[in-house]
Design a protein around this ligand. Structure first.
Ligand code: NAI
Ligand code: MG
Length: 794
């Protein structure tokens, strides 16, 4: 036999990583873990237990106690008691603690990697070379933000107590993603790891003490869904950060509705991997391996839908099949295997079932090996001959299963890639930079990789759009998820009635000289009569009628959203043009100064100086957002790879704006201007009081070159109209200033299309306050950041 032939035939022998140290650690802890609360491990009497298993051989590694409601409450209380002093300690003190954590993880990297692999079934190569180093990087990166917090994030304060619920696919990395930014910014946390993979979190708890984390700042509790549900709905939790399935994300949104909590949801995906005919096909093959067989495909952003340009389809599929034959499967602790075990029997059954039942709708399955339930091994799999409505193409499988489809043209590729209810990530493969840079922004996803897939870094935000959730983790944008602006509460001055009762007082008591004025809606650039034909009185502060306004219904809201949908071209106008339109609007409004001041005095009952101040602040606010239009422009991140990551703020789409009652002119502009400056279209519902004021602006809007449909205004019953808006599938975000019942119903209804919601108590801020009435907080709410990874070099 020729030497080359015999080398080809050589078998790899096992190169097992030792589990000795990990086993010793488990033994030292009696193979049993309670709850880490207030810096100590607590054990409950007669607690329920969950066995912790190694999915590769079904051996039992340890047991965890399930935290009951009382224990959850203890953990939240410990977090609450520690938070203020942790914040007060200052950014530098926190930076030192995060730095110490990073150093300690580095010191124990090997045992953490082994524990992770034992508990989860992922190859040691991945936990050692990817999960743990990325976790370390996260703590270093956020130590830096803690240090810079006072100067770079002035005007913001921590949200308080944060509940963090994480999944089992990247137990240690997700812990780092959650804990590092939260504690860096001065919050205290209660984290619940997934019940099937709690071990590295328990190891981390012990490191916290060593790193000098003050007692109660980090609490880690164990349990399954019920414990997670109790924790996220706890009244003293100010924010919930969740990563996991879309179904549980919806459940958390529902159970926290109306609790004034901040929420970020990082949910499922069905990400497209788009290959053009000018791609380097050998790189593509390695990219496919990274995209769908990394971590056994148990990755929320796995490239699970391969879209290939038809002309190279056959050739590429043949190359992929050949590569599949060389992927090595074996015991996860073997340093030279590529694919390990799925996380649990349950997940193995889930993947097997999804594939089996999916194939009933057609499609061809190709696998090089058979599934092995004794080791929870599900082999790398591809499925061809499916179309875009096939269940295996639409549903997240969360296993090593790739569906393959083809396209002919670039527009078809974009359309196919976006044909999913998810929007977490996508990758584009082409050697033509013009093409790649054109397609990447057109893909509806939070993260887009060019000629790579599944790259992550602490400096680059990660998170989704549509049913993949909302919020970002990592990057500067991720910090704001753990902060809130310090704000002045609105106090009505004498005469300025904030009292809703006056609007329902006796209509006959009218003092206005123009009570027969009827102000129409503003929809699609036109003044429109209400669908139902009814008008209702808008009142002045003293109960007299100032004008009649339309009484909107569900149909009017639908028409307004439809008009907004048609105005999508606004998003692709240049920022310069949007700024010009806003300046022109301010100019035209200035001409009507005296009239508006008079109107504010009559309607709101404020004195002339106060009305003048509100008018002047309104003009200034329009100028501010005109200024911001071409300055809120993203970043180029220097992540540790040969390339650059572009963080681009993109408009959300259609935003529903539900306004507060007070300061009606300034509030209207404070909401409308940032939203449209960033390229969104809006449907505006005024507060119950002073509904006429925003409609007085319509004639100014009409002469200011604002394209029809960019701003739409519907008046009527605020509660009813905003509920219709919240239930509309094409409205992607809703900002609401309402009472707690309204906020609760908006947040509950939003689960249908997982809308972003931003709900507030009616008078939570003074719109004159420059810290909370204007600024980047509004611009951040009007955008989401898309991170586009662009490697360079040959
Ligand atoms: P899951 O969403 O149930 O679990 C994630 C975490 O949420 C765990 O810590 C769990 O204990 C907790 N949890 C469960 N129910 C809860 C509730 N009602 N309230 C609060 N917390 C709750 O995910 P599961 O059932 O383990 O996996 C099912 C499917 O979910 C997978 O097949 C996959 O499709 C998807 N998934 C997606 C992940 C992602 O990163 N996007 C991660 C894990 C699962
Ligand atoms: Mg396990």
């Amino acid at each position: 036999m020729k030497l080359s032939k015999s080398i080809e035939k050589l078998e790899y022998s096992q190169a097992l990583e030792s589990d000795k140290e990990a086993m010793e650690w488990l033994e030292a802890n009696g193979r049993k873990f309670g709850q880490f609360i207030g810096g100590e491990f607590l054990f409950q009497k007669n607690a329920d237990q969950i066995k912790v298993t190694n999915p590769a051989d079904s051996s039992i590694l340890a047991a965890i106690e399930v935290a009951d409601n009382k224990t959850v409450d203890l953990a939240v209380t410990a977090a609450s008691n520690s938070q203020k002093s942790w914040h007060k300690a200052g950014g530098h003190a926190r930076a030192r603690v995060l730095y110490a954590i990073a150093r300690l993880i580095q010191k124990h990297a090997r045992v953490i990697s082994v524990l992770e692999t034992l508990d989860n079934g992922k190859p040691i190569r991945e936990s050692r070379d990817s999960d743990v180093p990325l976790a370390i990087r996260h703590f270093y990166y956020h130590a830096g933000w803690a240090q810079l917090q006072e100067s770079e994030l002035a005007g913001q304060e921590p949200v308080g107590v944060v509940a963090q619920i994480i999944p089992w696919n990247f137990p240690f990395l997700m812990l780092a993603w959650k804990i590092a930014p939260a504690i860096a910014m001065g919050n205290s946390i209660v984290l619940k790891p997934a019940e099937s993979t709690p071990l590295t979190a328990m190891f981390f708890a012990q490191l916290c003490t060593e790193a000098g984390v003050p007692k109660g700042v980090v609490n880690i509790i164990n349990g399954a869904g019920n414990t997670g549900a109790t924790l996220s709905a706890h009244p003293n939790v100010n924010k919930v950060a969740f990563t996991g399935s879309t179904a549980v994300g919806r459940a958390i949104r529902t159970s926290t509705a109306g609790q004034s909590k901040k929420l970020t949801l990082e949910l499922g995906g069905k990400s497209a991997f788009v290959v053009f005919d000018d791609a380097d096909l050998d790189s593509v093959v390695e990219g496919v391996v990274d995209a769908i067989w990394y971590n056994q495909g148990e990755v929320c952003c796995a490239g699970s839908r391969l879209l290939i340009q038809a002309s190279v389809g056959k050739k590429l599929v043949a190359k992929i099949k050949k590569r599949m034959e060389t992927l090595r499967f074996g015991t996860p602790l073997d340093k030279s295997i590529d694919v390990g075990s799925l996380v649990s029997d349950k997940q193995f059954e889930q993947v097997s079932h999804l594939v089996k039942s999916g194939l009933k709708s057609g499609g061809n399955l190709f696998q090089c090996e058979k599934p092995d339930s004794s080791k929870n091994y599900y082999p790398p799999s591809i499925i061809t001959d499916v179309d875009s409505s096939h269940p295996l193409v639409q549903e997240e499988i969360f296993g090593p299963v790739l569906v393959i489809m083809s396209f002919r043209t670039q527009p078809e590729a974009i359309q196919l890639a976006n044909n999913t209810r998810y929007g977490l990530s996508a990758s584009v493969w082409s050697e033509n930079i013009n093409r790649a840079m054109h397609v990447a922004p057109a893909l509806i996803a939070g993260v887009v990789w060019i000629n790579c897939h599944n790259k992550f870094d602490a400096a680059c935000g990660f998170g989704g759009v549509k049913e993949s959730g909302f919020g970002r983790e990592g990057g500067k944008e991720g910090l704001y998820e753990y902060l809130k602006p310090i704000k002045l509460k609105y106090k009505a001055t004498k005469g300025a009635s904030g009292n809703k009762a006056s609007s329902t007082s006796n209509v006959q008591n009218s003092t206005s000289s123009e009570i027969d004025r009827t102000l129409k809606f503003y929809i699609g650039g036109k003044q429109v009569r209400p669908d139902g034909g009814n008008s209702i009185p808008a009142h002045n502060f003293d109960g007299s009628i100032s004008a009649w306004v339309g009484q909107g219904n569900r149909k009017d809201i639908r028409n307004a959203v439809e008009a907004a949908r048609k105005a999508h071209g606004w998003a692709s106008k240049t920022a310069h043009l949007r700024a010009q339109v806003l300046y022109f609007f301010a100019e035209n409004l200035t001409v009507r100064k005296d009239e508006f001041i008079k109107r504010l005095v009559e309607t709101c009952g404020v004195k002339k100086p106060e009305a003048t101040a509100e008018f002047n602040a309104t003009i200034s606010r329009i100028f501010s957002y005109a200024a911001w239009a071409d300055k809120f422009d993203g970043a180029a991140h220097d992540a540790p790879y040969r390339g650059i990551t572009l963080a681009l703020p993109e408009p959300i789409g259609i935003i529903g704006l539900v306004a507060p009652d007070h300061q009606p002119l300034l509030a209207a502009i404070s909401l409308i201007a940032p939203a449209i400056a960033m390229g969104n279209r809006v449907v505006y519902i005024p507060g119950d009081q002073y509904q006429n004021i925003v409609l007085e602006l319509v004639s100014v809007m009409e002469t200011s070159d604002i394209p029809g449909g960019v701003i739409n205004i519907v008046t009527g019953d605020k509660n009813e109209l905003s509920t219709h808006l919240a239930g509309h599938g094409e409205v992607e975000s809703i900002w609401c200033w309402g009472d707690s019942a309204l906020n609760k119903s908006i947040e509950s209804i939003s689960i249908e299309n997982l809308k972003r919601t931003w709900c507030h108590e009616n008078n939570d801020r003074d719109w004159h306050d420059m810290n909370s009435g204007e600024g980047t907080e509004f611009l951040r709410k009007a955008t989401h950041v898309k991170n586009i990874w662009t490697p360079y070099g040959d």
